[in-house]
Design a protein around this ligand. Structure first.
Ligand code: ZN
Length: 241
């Protein structure tokens, strides 16, 4: 993804380096809503945090559900349509455990440089698949790799999806457990939205051992700090008790 600015420079004609830099900012920076409306944190009126997990469902998701159940912790899962079709029963387990399900596209493409029609179909196909498998129609959307593009805002609007980025991303696909835990503790604040992963894009049987161990360590630490956990819909509401 470090090559995104270079890709955009090429797309914009090579001479528009400053424009490419500004566009790269709009495409990647979680707090920027220029290309598509999105939130990256709740209002912070309560001492609550939203845990979010991307790229599932996977064969490894049930182990995460066990840990969350042990701590009675609700979370939000941004699922990929293709993974839901592969593992509909796991998607249903997530929903029936009381977690929220969000849309993370149908096949997890990089949305940069894609047509508006392609982007809309990616979101719409995932909506249909998730609703068919779980009976829940997602209200929130998270872009793969956090990359937004032209046309995404309109697709979100047509499908009544709210864009959700994050206040802290765990880097749990490339860091060891202590680094993931300390990064997330550092990002703990009222209204924080933390991003982890219960899958690895479309991989079967992904190894998410680091994520699982990080969540085991993180939950009691955050509770000791006086935090409780809310689903994304709840954390975005300023008045919920
Ligand atoms: Zn993803």
């Amino acid at each position: 993804m470090a090559d995104l600015a270079r890709i955009l420079e090429t797309a914009l004609g090579g001479t528009a380096i400053a424009a490419a830099g500004a566009l790269a900012y709009a495409v990647r920076v979680p707090a920027c809503s220029w290309l598509a409306p999105s939130v990256h944190r709740g209002p912070g009126s309560r001492r609550s945090i939203a845990l979010t997990f991307d790229d599932g469902p996977s064969e490894s998701t049930p182990a995460l559900l066990e840990i969350l159940a042990r701590h009675r912790t609700p979370a939000t899962f941004f699922q990929i349509g293709a993974n839901v079709r592969r593992l509909p029963q796991v998607a249903r387990e997530v929903a029936s455990a009381g977690h929220e399900i969000g849309n993370h596209t149908d096949t997890h493409p990089l949305l940069a440089l894609k047509s508006s029609g392609f982007i809309h179909n990616e979101l719409a196909d995932a909506q249909e698949t998730i609703e068919h498998a779980t009976g829940r129609r997602p209200r929130h959307f998270r872009a793969p790799y956090g990359v937004r593009w032209f046309g995404l805002g309109q697709a979100q609007q047509r499908l009544s999806l709210n864009g959700v980025m994050w206040s802290t991303i765990a880097l749990d696909w490339k860091r060891q457990t202590p680094g993931v835990v300390s990064r997330l503790i550092g990002g703990a604040a009222p209204g924080a939205i933390l991003c982890l992963h219960d899958g690895r894009v479309l991989n079967h049987h992904p190894d998410i051992g680091i994520t699982l161990q990080a969540v085991r360590e993180l939950l009691p630490k955050l509770m000791d700090l006086g935090f409780h956990f809310e689903r994304v819909t709840d954390i975005l509401c300023p008045t919920k008790n």
